[in-house]
Design a protein around this ligand. Structure first.
Ligand code: NAD
Length: 353
């Protein structure tokens, strides 16, 4: 039986296909803009410059200082440049860090955003911005933050290193897995989540053998859109809270932490909502948590928090922080339950559920 639900479709324009990023100028013009500020990280500065060259007179300049966790100082420097150049839109080329900078600018100025994602993090499909100031990370949700146009071009992801492709893919899968049991899920978010998981299950084993396989790159990027969309649509629970804690308070790497935690948090929740997580078990085999663990292992993902550099002595404090500010999760938990989940993830034990 269909449960009662509410549904609001995303107003964003999604453009998908091999080579479609060459049309970026058309999308700048369609937004009524003439002076785009191109954004990238220092690592992708050359790609940012090449994009500006392709935009020709439609590019006002390039800011290539985007950084992880969207530090407010970086946003202020980019804002000053945007103002100085009289920019009327931003074009963000890169992963979640670059997208975050574009969102931070749009949140403050309402400039239109065109995003060209090159990882599977999914930030481009959400109205959520996480930013850091004086070492504290805060999250805001606002309609101005959702990018207006997203251009998914699988050809631009060929260079995403295999290890990052795997962890970024598992990061995307975490959005989908938690969407399956979200309180505010709807039939469309559930369909998108299951399809995202299916597409990544198909793509990642091919990508680790042949990173240049455009079909698999396309499947993975398609999944990134689906998983990012459900992240922006429904509420997340224990998994995202633990990863937020480990990233925010222990400076753990974003995608890798999601990859390690995923089988454990989903295995923990599968005990009480096995029917909602059945799509995960169907796609990955075994039970939801064990199936995800076996898949992560098969594609060479990191399996322990230990190898990511977290000290065992930090687990008590991590459990303390992650169990503060009670939030909804399908399975009730206390500090001791989170501590046990963290211990399993630190050691990399295969979940039973
Ligand atoms: P990232 O954007 O930090 O990228 C990591 C590194 O890889 C960067 O140096 C980047 O330039 C490089 N890179 C990206 N794509 C590449 C490619 N195709 N080839 C070669 N190098 C490439 O990593 P991420 O995991 O995409 O994003 C993580 C950040 O995004 C975190 O700060 C996280 O909080 C945020 N995030 C936000 C949301 C949201 O909805 N607000 C969702 C997901 C992630």
């Amino acid at each position: 039986m269909i449960r009662p639900f509410t549904y609001a479709g995303s107003p964003a324009h999604i453009v998908f296909g091999n080579g479609v990023s060459s049309d970026v100028g058309t999308w700048v013009e369609k937004r009524g803009c003439k002076r785009a500020l191109v954004l990238s990280t220092p690592h992708q500065a050359a790609e940012g410059e090449a994009l500006a060259t392709r935009l020709g007179p439609l590019a006002a300049g390039v800011f290539s200082g985007a950084a992880m966790h969207t530090p407010v100082e970086v946003t202020e420097a980019a804002l000053a440049q945007a103002k100085g150049l009289n920019a009327d839109c931003v074009v963000a080329l890169g992963g979640g860090s670059t997208t975050g900078l574009g969102k931070a600018i749009a949140y403050r100025t309402d400039l239109p955003q065109i995003v060209i994602p090159t990882t599977y993090a999914g930030s481009e499909a959400t109205p959520i911005l996480g930013q850091t100031e004086n070492g504290v990370k805060t999250t805001v949700r606002d309609a101005r933050i959702l990018p207006e146009v997203v251009i998914y071009d699988p050809e631009l992801t060929i260079g995403l290193p295999v290890a990052m492709s795997v962890t970024s893919g598992l990061n995307a899968m975490a959005h989908a897995a938690e969407a399956l049991y979200a309180q505010d899920r709807n039939p469309v978010s559930t369909l998108m989540a299951a399809e995202g998981l299916r597409a990544l299950k198909q793509a990642l084993p091919i990508l680790i053998k042949d990173p240049t396989n455009l079909m698999a790159r396309g499947d993975a990027l398609y999944a990134a859109w689906l998983c990012g969309t459900v992240l922006g649509t429904v509420g997340m629970a224990l998994h995202h809270k633990i990863c937020h804690t480990l990233g925010g308070s222990f400076d753990m790497p974003h995608a890798e932490t999601h990859a390690v935690m995923l089988p454990h948090t989903i295995g923990f929740n599968a005990v009480v909502v096995p029917e909602l997580l059945q799509p995960v078990a169907d796609i990955f085999g075994a039970s939801a948590g064990a199936g995800l663990y076996d898949f992560a292992k098969a594609v060479g993902a990191p399996l322990t928090l230990r190898e990511l550099g977290l000290r065992q002595g930090d687990l008590d404090r991590a459990a303390e922080i992650a169990s503060k500010n009670p939030y909804w999760n399908p399975r009730p938990f206390d500090r001791a339950a989170i501590r046990a989940v963290l211990q399993d993830a630190w050691e990399g034990r295969r979940p039973q559920h």
